[in-house]
Design a protein around this ligand. Structure first.
Ligand SMILES: [Zn+2]
Length: 184
């Protein structure tokens, strides 16, 4: 335990606090920025976490003396939430540039999908740009390749490995079929 963790723990104990709470939000394309900014934070009382009902969230109680490991966990969670904000920005810029500067747009899509890919966002994009994509088959094919590769990578990542193998394969296949439909 580091000295600063020790001082913090002691401070809580002196205030009569024996447990604390870590804030969790579901980090995905729909979570609002306010809730994302709380992901990983540690609060003294459940009511200190101002999560919206619309954004899935959870509080995990833990004993005060485990504060050090939860602070480090909180740092990793915060990093993940920041990455999601970065991904959204890249995706937004890529979508805005697709028809005027396709090569920059494709590079941005490539960067965004390395963080994550969400089918509803892909559906919205293809819906909006359908006519343009039809007229630009080379860009359309490259975009589809990037998205499919990103989708496969998503399921190869560690966090999905906790799911039962069959459910994971089914989800991955569903997404690939959906991408094929969208781009046909
Ligand atoms: Zn929210």
């Amino acid at each position: 335990m580091s000295f600063s963790d020790f001082v913090r723990i002691l401070g809580h104990l002196l205030r009569g606090r024996f447990r604390l709470f870590q804030c969790y939000t579901n980090v995905n394309w729909r979570t609002c920025e306010a809730c994302l900014s709380w992901h990983g934070r540690i609060v003294a009382r459940p009511e200190d976490f101002p999560a919206h009902n619309g954004c899935p969230h959870e509080l995990l109680a833990f004993p005060v003396w485990r504060l050090g490991e939860h602070r480090r966990q909180g740092e990793r969670m915060k990093k993940k939430a920041m990455e999601e904000l970065e991904r959204r920005e890249k995706w937004r810029r890529a979508a805005a540039l697709l028809t005027t500067d396709p090569s920059t747009a494709l590079a941005l899509f490539q960067e965004a999908v390395q963080i994550d890919v969400y089918l509803p966002e892909v559906e919205e994009l293809v819906e909006k740009k359908r006519a343009w994509l039809k007229e630009n088959p080379a860009v359309s094919a490259e975009l589809r390749r990037i998205l499919a590769a990103g989708w496969k990578a998503k399921f190869a990542k560690e966090r999905y490995e906790r799911q039962p193998e069959r459910a994971r394969t089914a989800q991955e296949r569903f997404g690939l079929v959906r991408l094929q439909e969208l781009f046909s």
